[in-house]
Design a binder for this molecule. Structure first.
Ligand code: HEC
Length: 180
């Protein structure tokens, strides 16, 4: 008797849990979906920068650039496609939930976890123009990887570089030039 009731409860809970998961998944998918673009840069409904992959598999230029920048500045620690290494944790799972502001904060200021068993330190990269001036691009690349929208390979099928990209990068480099 008690066992039967218990089992019914478990079934209900399983059904509810499945519904909750589906609801979260739908919300999440909607959040990552690009709803508008400005000069080739795509944004999600919540205003966050995001990736765009067209029907034929062509990625937006910023996602492609993010791939290049990730491989120049992050992959030696976080692994060739964000899956982690002995030195640094994977980025794909945390990136699912992380917003751009949180991501930016970690990369610019660094992160340190000190415990009895281990000490993990990511140095602050806020002085590195190659990182700072391409940070939204690295973010959207990792989002695409985290969502499973993009594989591990270099996305060579990409949109041409928008004129705005070169201008913005030049302006960023000028603004963040170390002053002596
Ligand atoms: C020299 C090694 C190294 C490099 C290079 C590096 N990281 Fe890290 N990163 C780490 C370590 C170690 C941690 C874990 C820090 C901690 O747990 O406190 C970390 C943590 C992070 C986190 C937080 C992950 C989480 O679970 O919340 C993000 C996001 C991140 N790194 C992004 C980047 C990006 C983007 C780049 C390239 C621009 C980069 N990292 C380059 C070593 C590195």
């Amino acid at each position: 008797m008690g066992a039967t009731m218990h089992r019914v409860g478990v079934h209900r809970w399983r059904a509810a849990r499945a519904l909750i998961l589906i609801a979260c998944w739908v919300t999440f998918q909607a959040a990552a979906q690009a709803v508008r673009d400005e000069d080739g840069r795509y944004y999600a409904e919540n205003g966050e920068p995001t990736y765009h992959i067209a029907q034929g598999g062509q990625v937006d230029w910023y996602t492609f650039n993010g791939y290049r920048r990730y491989h120049a500045a992050c992959h030696m620690c976080h692994g060739p496609s964000g899956e982690g290494s002995m030195i640094a944790p994977p980025l794909l799972a945390p990136l699912k939930a992380m917003d751009y502001a949180g991501f930016q904060d970690i990369v610019i200021h660094g992160l340190r976890t000190v415990g009895p068993a281990q000490q993990r330190v990511m140095r602050a990269m806020g002085e590195d123009q190659n990182v700072v001036c391409n940070l939204p691009d690295i973010f959207v690349y990792l989002k695409a990887r985290a969502d499973g929208a993009l594989g591990q390979l270099r996305p060579d099928n990409h949109q041409p570089k928008p004129a705005a990209a070169a201008l913005n990068e030049a302006a960023c480099r000028e603004a963040s030039r170390p002053r002596r």
